[in-house]
Design a protein around this ligand. Structure first.
Ligand code: AMP
Ligand code: FES
Ligand code: ZN
Ligand code: ZN
Length: 315
């Protein structure tokens, strides 16, 4: 297989795009494509301050790398979840995020959940009894809350995450199976800013996961190979496997599924449910918008944990 641009031996063959490229041209192609997506979906401009949520994984570290190469002003945010699971998962991902920031002379904000809220994610999850014995629900809620808080408090215009096409197609598949109108309406490359919430963007949403793996490897980015240990057996991994089977037989199916959805959404297919997002109130504790008056889900969860802890300490 030869590189389409120079005819040298190709390093990456993308059947879904009928395109093969050598290392040098692949490492040019990825940022060029990213810039196209940023412009097409009007994600942000070169004057805006971007906060990249970095987990230490290949996608978010590659995203940070690409944005810097494109000349954007992007700082990082690492959230220490306190997940060990016998492989020092959080410790190792923190080290890799730190290393990347130091190597490139970039600013990385770090929020440690245990220091900030008294307990690491697995304990918060256990005490609050949310999420059927798995910490993923509390983890997602906490990450969203912290990302919004830091972006708002430190004055960032936009929050960028490393979600790739495989992530987005899996979420879309789940939301389509249950025809969850509100979720479908909100799922896109850009979520506009709302009162107290920064704009959220996913600049890698059109890249296949294996394209990001190839980018990280060819760029020599050191990232954590392990998935979160709690992700094993999750529905999203199951959906990813199903979509991979489909992709195997029909290269490009995953991308078409996602892009046709974006077109349908753009043409107003889900628009009639738009009003449901309008009735938001600021949380009485943290100020982030929430659908019910009073505390937001995150603050309710922390309050519940604090109540239970005080009952235990008073016994
Ligand atoms: P996940 O929900 O683990 O698939 O991650 C999706 C995106 O959320 C990643 O690409 C990151 O941008 C962000 N993210 C996940 N975990 C963290 C973390 N511990 N700290 C900061 N950002 C994170
Ligand atoms: Fe949060 Fe796995 S439970 S990353
Ligand atoms: Zn080439
Ligand atoms: Zn709150």
């Amino acid at each position: 297989m030869k590189c389409r641009k120079c005819g040298e031996k190709a390093s990456v063959n993308m059947r879904q795009h009928k395109l093969a490229l050598c290392k040098e041209h692949y490492l040019e192609w990825v940022p060029e494509q990213t810039e196209r997506f940023i412009e097409k979906y009007e994600m942000f401009s070169h004057d805006e301050k971007i906060l990249v949520a970095v987990s230490g994984g290949k996608d978010s570290l590659s995203l940070w790398d690409i944005l810097i190469r494109l000349g954007y002003q992007a700082d990082g945010l690492y959230i220490g979840l306190g997940i060990d699971a016998g492989i020092n998962y959080s410790g190792e991902s923190h080290r890799l995020a730190d290393e990347f920031a130091n190597e490139h002379n970039l600013k990385l904000h770090v929020v440690d959940i245990e220091k900030e809220y008294g307990q690491p994610i697995p304990v918060l999850s256990e005490i609050s009894r949310r999420g059927h014995g798995k910490p993923c629900a509390v983890c997602g809620l906490t990450k969203r809350h912290v990302m919004n808080r830091i972006a708002r408090d430190l004055g960032y215009d936009v929050l960028a995450t490393g979600h790739n096409l495989d992530d987005e197609a899996a979420v879309l598949f789940g939301n389509t199976l249950s025809w969850s109108g509100d979720y479908l309406l909100r799922q896109g490359p850009v979520l506009p800013s709302a009162d107290g919430l920064a704009r959220k963007v996913k600049p890698l949403c059109r890249f296949y996961e294996r394209e990001m793996t190839a980018y990280a490897l060819l760029r020599g980015i050191e990232y954590i190979y392990e998935e979160c240990p709690f992700a094993e057996g999750s529905t999203s991994i199951y959906y990813k496997e199903i979509l991979n089977q489909l992709e195997n037989d029909r290269p490009g199916a995953k991308l078409t599924f996602y892009l046709r959805f974006l077109e349908a959404r753009q043409s107003g297919l889900f628009a009639e449910r738009n009003d449901s997002t309008l009735h938001l109130h600021p949380c009485t504790n943290c100020g982030q918008p929430t659908s019910a008056p009073g505390l937001c889900s995150f603050c309710r969860m922390i309050e519940k944990v604090a109540d239970k802890e005080s009952i235990v300490s008073n016994l």
